[in-house]
Design a protein around this ligand. Structure first.
Ligand code: ZN
Ligand code: ZN
Length: 190
């Protein structure tokens, strides 16, 4: 079960496993209260926080979450870890942690990662792309360190076996996410 927490313009997701919770991204600083509320409601321990990259709208609640849940393990790519500061598990890409396969997809930032929940075939692309009005699109290029490289990564997502897509910005796409991605790739690479 995947729960979405939306705050202003960015999503945070809680993946509910049988006996614990996993957080994908940490939202804005003020998102912390909403996350705490949701964890309380689900009544399971929050064990791990995956950060798709270092940007403030994906890491803002981290300090607050650490205080509230001192046992949590924070996972991020080694190249973005220095800008995040408090990372427990530095990954390179290729690992599977807690049922999530990690792909290193630099472009938006050097240490951007994409996560695949193997159990539900759900993809968490971070800021590689976003959803708007039922369609996938690139993140506005001004926000990416290397927009051309990011565009190549979007194409590489086609090689991943997924059905659902949970973007950080926009609405989740449930069921036919691969088709939506194919649409975008055709548009970006005519
Ligand atoms: Zn970003
Ligand atoms: Zn973002």
């Amino acid at each position: 079960m995947i729960h979405r927490i939306f705050d202003r313009f960015v999503n945070v997701y809680i993946i509910e496993r049988e006996d614990h919770l996993i957080l994908v991204d940490a939202g804005l600083e003020e998102t912390c209260e909403k996350i705490i509320e949701k964890v309380k409601e689900l009544d399971k321990p929050l064990t791990t926080v995956f950060l798709t990259h270092h940007h403030f709208d994906h890491t803002g609640s981290l300090r607050c979450l650490r205080e509230k849940f001192p046992g949590i393990k924070v996972v991020a790519h080694e190249l973005d870890a220095p800008r995040i500061g408090e990372v427990d598990v530095k990954v390179k890409g290729g690992e599977v942690i807690d049922g999530l396969k990690i792909f290193h997809m630099p472009g938006h930032t050097q240490g951007s990662i994409v996560l695949l929940d193997l159990e539900s075939k759900s993809l968490f692309p971070g800021d590689l792309l976003m959803e708007e009005n039922g369609r996938l699109k690139e993140i506005p290029q001004m926000y990416s360190l290397n927009p051309e490289e990011n565009r190549q990564r979007i194409k590489e997502l086609l090689e991943i076996d997924f059905e659902n897509l949970y973007p950080a910005h926009g609405e989740p796409i449930i069921g036919n996410a691969k088709e939506k991605l194919e649409e975008l790739v055709r548009k970006l690479f005519p």
